[in-house]
Write a protein that binds this ligand. Structure first.
Ligand code: MRU
Length: 352
């Protein structure tokens, strides 16, 4: 059974504290929006889809326990709290897209005179609850499309060797995963020879989280340090790179975990196809290129320390962007739940 990052049962929300993994598996209760904002901002839960789901569920929990005088009061509360949740981390667009859709739903329900306050609240909460199941279904579709795409470039029944970066698995989503979902599907089809995962400095999502998931799933895997990617591509006959996304711009430029861009450059040089796997909720149709994506900068102690242990010389300056933008021309395809898009097709899909 895959790991559960998000537990939502009987109106109670708990998240697996990813700051403690892999040493400890401890769930933290999220009692409302304030807790939701904090666990996202501190990265106790992370990964673009998981951020949106936990943010929205934290609102569902708060609304279940709250009292509102009128539909207008409820609508205002919803809008304010969703906008607050969007401010928890700026680069991943999934929370912002979910917030815009939910605010629009709240407006529609508020204006409909046939809808009572209680119905408005329950309809709104069940829409949020549906996000969990939809995300898993989307990830399975992504896994399937991605596996078929990669295998279509491989002769006969040959096995493939995949490189991935950061963590895009059950811990970053409602379950199954995006890029890791593609890897999982290749493994289910018995066509995966090996997966390599990067350590993903500075927060080590690869070493701590992806490696943990791969071991848990018994998928044949090897951990490498981020600076080994060129050597790996030169010597290990990598079939494809698959990574996730925090935001895909209208032209296909993709923001993802810092280090993704350099892997894409190396993949181009070594003639290895480079894929982005992401649900449609990671595509920002409002921006034309990656130049408009705000890149989050994280505190320097995430670079200078591993846990409580300082590894960098005291007094050194630090630059710690959490993401970079891979230009569309380095991306062979964007694997979504609706199929594979070549970057120019994304633009046509939304802007024709
Ligand atoms: O800073 P993080 O750990 O939230 O960054 C996560 C990533 O960059 C993932 O690749 C991305 O969110 C996709 S997760 C399915």
């Amino acid at each position: 059974m895959s790991l559960r990052a998000i537990k939502y049962e009987a109106n109670t929300l708990e998240i697996l504290d990813q700051l403690l993994l892999p040493a400890q598996s401890k769930y933290v209760q999220v009692k409302g929006v304030e807790d939701g904002w904090k666990v996202i901002n501190k990265m106790q839960v992370r990964g673009a889809p998981a951020i949106a789901i936990v943010g929205c569920l934290s609102l569902a929990v708060e609304l279940q326990n709250g009292n509102h005088d009128s539909k207008k009061d409820l609508r205002q509360d919803i809008e304010g709290k969703l906008n607050y949740l969007v401010s928890s981390r700026p680069t991943a667009v999934n929370m912002k897209i979910a917030a815009d859709e939910l605010i629009s739903l709240a407006n529609t329900l508020c204006e409909d005179e046939a809808v009572t306050l209680e119905t408005m609240k329950s309809n709104f909460i069940s829409t949020i609850e549906d996000m969990l199941n939809k995300d898993i279904a989307d990830n399975k579709a992504i896994g399937n499309y991605g596996a078929q795409e990669i295998l279509s470039h491989v002769p006969g029944d040959n096995l493939v060797r995949i490189l991935t970066h950061c963590n895009t698995g059950s811990l970053a989503t409602a379950g199954y995963g995006t890029a890791l979902g593609v890897i999982r599907r290749l493994n289910e089809l018995k066509r995966l020879e090996h997966v390599y995962c990067t350590e993903t400095r500075p927060y080590n999502q690869g070493a701590r989280l992806t490696a943990y998931e791969l071991v848990h799933e018994k998928i044949p895997a090897t951990l490498i340090v981020d600076s080994m990617v060129a050597a790996l591509m030169k010597t290990r006959n990598i079939s494809a790179v698959v990574v996730g996304a925090d935001r895909v711009a209208g032209n296909g430029d993709t923001a993802n975990k810092i280090g993704t861009y350099q892997i894409a450059v190396l993949a181009k040089y070594h003639n290895v196809p480079f894929y982005v796997a992401a649900p449609f909720t990671s595509i920002d149709t409002k921006i034309l290129s990656g130049d408009h994506i705000v890149i989050e900068e994280r505190p320097e102690h995430e670079m200078t320390h591993v846990g409580e242990h300082r590894i960098a010389a005291k007094g050194i300056g630090c630059w710690n962007p959490a993401f970079d933008v891979t230009p569309a021309n380095l991306i062979a395809g964007i694997i979504t739940e609706k199929g594979i898009f070549r970057p120019p097709e994304i633009r046509k899909e939304f802007f024709v």
